[in-house]
Design a protein around this ligand. Structure first.
Ligand SMILES: Cc1cc2nc3c(=O)[nH]c(=O)nc-3n(C[C@H](O)[C@H](O)[C@H](O)COP(=O)(O)O)c2cc1C
Length: 250
């Protein structure tokens, strides 16, 4: 591989092989809108010559927010500023993919005003720090990812990346460390991958056949009874069959 030569991921043609990994910038407004400072930052990255920029994680729902000044993407109102950013990045010769995420266990409850939710209830001393998701919660969240990816496409991004790493919601379902459910979303690798695959299928359906859909996942969470490489090989193959364009392991 020659890193300074053009590369492609699905329909994205990049001027080189360098990718700026998703990095929360903390530059959105306190309501989660793209700001002038964030646009300026992205344009600087594009002008610097990076082949592909992946944005910091954008929350797909209010309850899934991780931090203040994180981009949000669950309403049309977010579109104009995001459209302006993607236009300016493209004019600067760059390519930009939006990462969409739900923080799950790590949602910032003082910001969301709701209990965090994840695969299995978690308690610390006497208090519940994370409630177990119901099948209705799961369906609602799959829809939130699908709507967010539709908005990503509308906003002019070159693709979407689903955040399924670092213990956030989708990765917590993959990991037996967090997920001890007894229903069809827990137990075997197939069951633990189900939620992510439902999200992938819903995102593919809402963005159409040719829009690049990337997934970020980790292959090991280095936790007791955590996820390992064999499970992740299963998950990666299932995602490929479900129409994912590329999976990034970090
Ligand atoms: C300040 C900071 C913010 C980050 N924000 C995100 C994020 O929003 N989404 C994500 O998937 N990873 C995020 N990451 C993780 C990076 O994308 C990357 O996976 C991690 O730094 C490991 O790569 P490295 O070994 O090259 O540093 C962040 C990392 C840092 C240091």
């Amino acid at each position: 591989m020659k890193v300074f030569e053009p590369a492609s991921i699905g329909s994205i043609t990049m001027s080189n092989h360098f990718i700026r990994s998703a990095t929360a910038e903390g530059l959105a407004t306190s309501q989660g809108f793209c700001s002038a400072a964030l646009t300026t930052f992205m344009v600087r990255l594009a002008k610097g010559g990076i082949g592909l920029i992946i944005t910091g994680h954008m929350a797909v729902s209010s309850e899934g927010r991780a931090s203040e000044r994180q981009l949000c993407i669950w309403h049309d109102d977010y579109l104009p500023a995001l459209m302006d950013m993607t236009r300016q990045v493209h004019e600067a010769g760059g390519k930009i993919v939006a990462q969409i995420s739900h923080a799950g266990i790590f949602a910032n409850t003082s910001l969301t005003g709701e209990a965090a939710m994840g695969p299995t209830v978690r308690r610390q001393s006497d208090s519940t720090i994370c409630r177990e998701m119901t099948s209705i919660d799961i369906r609602r969240t799959v829809k939130a990812f699908a709507s967010a990816s539709y908005l990503v496409k509308e906003a002019g991004f070159d693709g979407v990346q689903i955040h399924a790493a670092h213990g956030y919601l989708l990765s917590s379902f993959l990991s037996p460390h967090y997920n001890s459910r007894n229903d069809e979303y827990g137990g075997t690798a197939e069951n633990r991958s189900r939620f992510l695959l439902e999200v992938v299928q819903a995102v593919r359906a809402s963005t159409g056949n040719n829009f690049p859909v990337l997934v970020k996942m980790n292959a090991n969470d280095f936790l007791e009874n955590g996820m390992g490489i064999d499970d992740m090989i299963y998950t990666a193959a299932a995602m490929e069959a479900a129409g994912v364009t590329a999976a990034v392991h970090l």
